[in-house]
Write a protein that binds this ligand. Structure first.
Ligand SMILES: [Zn+2]
Length: 75
């Protein structure tokens, strides 16, 4: 799986990626080490984690609704 870095700027060091991140001045951007090329890229990791939070929220609500239904059946 090497499609991850296609079209992305690869920084060989973390320091280089940090410098590039400062240059873009985008607070929604973060740096991460690429598992396929072992280089560093800039990406929107904060947005991705926000998305993951949302999924967790939905799952929690679903679990709560299920628990409520079970209670209703028992009582
Ligand atoms: Zn890469």
């Amino acid at each position: 799986m090497s499609h991850q870095c296609k079209g992305k700027v690869r920084h060989p060091t973390r320091q280089g990626a940090i410098i590039a991140l400062r240059r873009v001045k985008n607070i929604a951007m973060d740096i991460y080490q690429c598992p396929s090329c072992k280089g560093w890229h800039l990406g929107r990791t904060r947005e991705a984690s926000r998305c993951a939070d949302r999924i967790t929220q939905v799952l929690d609500r679903h679990a709560a609704a299920l628990a409520k239904r079970m209670e209703g059946r028992n009582g």
